[in-house]
Design a protein around this ligand. Structure first.
Ligand SMILES: [Zn+2]
Length: 457
């Protein structure tokens, strides 16, 4: 069932132009995807909803867009050069590469009694061909390149593996220019890159992905309180955009498994078709990053409280969300198949119908305009309505096929409102607005339509 659900989502995403495999005409590129017309609209809307809630509607958070390429010393200071690695083994016969920790976990599970005493990697054979495996090597997950014409050690550059470091190295710039007082935050959305050994589950884990991160700087001692605040914010944001509460839960990372910089980490998890998976991580990064950068750069990155004169290095609470993963969550959570259909008035009532129940503020198309025919008086009215609505929302225009079919095309891409222009519209200057979720139809005066939509989105 769950495997079928993923197959259905991947197929719908391809068929309706949400997500395509990258460079598909050349056979694709492992776990890299392109967002089509509806995918990019959905992605932009999710990013905007996040930005609105976290920057625009708040006094205490500002935005940033730092470069993907950064001075390599950043990654030395942050610990990524040394510590951002996965343990790898190669098969000596078929040359396939595996995560050693995954192989060890898998073998401990399949061999009864081995749980307490995990077997050595030398006792494990290649799961694909049974060949002998190499010793474990640490493999750095950062993509490496060279800047400028010379390829030597001094020209090495990395594609950033997280957006957070761009925020930390700009801390002083922002304190000086924005006049923000602690507690305050810096948010940024942008691409990050990790050379994952085992990407997968569609857009859940990819090597190129977009992050939406926010670093919230607080006075040490107030960090536990702020952690609770941001943890709850994450849950409220997703449920506020219509994701079912019962598909979300918190996962508290056990103390002994925390990253070296973290005092506490809690993930907001979603129940994906393959099981619970991390959606939005909240970490108390303490003063680790600012202290590391202060030490490596020789710059003073402490904060001075102007009223008390107190000087300290702030603690950081970081809610970090993957945009692609958020998009997959909204797609899965909105997806519903109605066997036998839900339309009772057309010939289609025995067919299977697909509905994406996107929240109106993230739906890739907000409103579809459907004139009953393609001819003059109706077409003119329909296009005039389009000209008014498309100044504020994404509008689709569809004048082919039966109205029932057109409704279903819009249901399948999650359009919350359809406007039908019919022959009565010529005389009563009104249209029928059909609501996706209730299928209720309402007659609304043409000059009231924009107000009607604005009241719902
Ligand atoms: Zn092999």
């Amino acid at each position: 069932m769950s495997e079928k659900l993923m197959d259905d989502i991947v197929s719908l995403a391809k068929r309706r132009g949400f997500i395509f495999p990258s460079s598909e005409i050349y056979g694709g590129l492992g776990s890299v995807y392109d967002y089509g017309p509806l995918g990019v609209a959905l992605k932009n809307n999710i990013r905007r909803a996040w930005w609105t809630a976290i920057v625009q509607q708040r006094d205490d958070i500002v935005g940033l867009d730092s470069a993907i390429l950064m001075n390599s010393k950043v990654w030395e200071a942050s610990g990524h050069l040394k510590g951002f690695t996965d343990p790898l083994v190669d098969c000596k016969s078929c040359k396939r590469r595996f995560r050693a920790d995954h192989l060890l976990e898998a073998s401990a599970m399949t061999m009864p009694g081995m749980k307490e005493k995990p077997i050595e990697i030398s006792h494990i054979r290649c799961p694909e061909c049974g060949g002998e495996l190499t010793d474990i090597r640490q493999f750095n997950l950062m993509f490496k390149t060279h800047m400028g014409p010379v390829e030597d050690e001094s020209s090495v550059a990395y594609l950033r593996p997280e957006t957070a470091q761009g925020i930390f190295v700009n801390f002083s710039n922002i304190v000086q220019t924005s006049r923000k007082k602690i507690p305050f935050g810096i948010a940024q959305a942008g691409k990050s890159f990790r050379n994952e050994i085992t990407p997968g589950n569609f857009i859940f884990r990819t090597r190129e992905f977009e992050q939406m991160e926010m670093e919230f700087f607080v006075k040490p001692g107030t960090d536990d309180e702020w952690f609770e605040y941001w943890k709850n914010f994450m849950m409220d944001w997703f449920t506020g955009l219509g994701v079912r509460r019962e598909k979300l839960r918190f996962y508290e990372h056990p103390k002994e498994k925390l990253s070296h910089y973290s005092k506490r980490t809690v993930d907001l998890e979603y129940e994906f078709p393959w099981g619970w998976g991390e959606l939005w991580g909240c970490a108390n990064r303490t003063d680790f990053d600012l202290k590391q950068h202060a030490q490596h750069s020789g710059q003073d990155l402490s904060y001075r409280d102007e009223t008390t004169g107190e000087k300290y290095v702030p603690y950081v609470i970081e809610p970090a969300l993957g945009l692609d993963r958020a998009l997959l969550t909204f797609l899965l959570d909105a997806y519903e198949v109605i066997e036998g259909g839900r339309t009772t008035t057309t010939e289609s009532n025995k067919e299977q119908e697909t509905v994406l129940r996107f929240h109106p503020s993230i739906a890739p198309v907000t409103v579809a305009i459907l004139p009953l025919n393609k001819k003059e008086p109706l077409m003119k009215i329909a296009q005039e309505i389009r000209g008014v609505l498309n100044k504020r929302w994404a509008v689709a225009y569809d004048d082919t096929g039966s109205i029932g079919r057109r409704y279903r095309r819009q249901d399948e891409i999650g359009t919350p409102y359809c406007i039908t222009v019919d022959f009565d519209s010529i005389n009563d200057h009104a249209v029928t607005i059909r609501v996706r979720d209730t299928m209720k139809q309402e007659r609304v005066a043409i000059d009231q339509v924009a107000g009607f939509i604005a009241g719902k989105v």
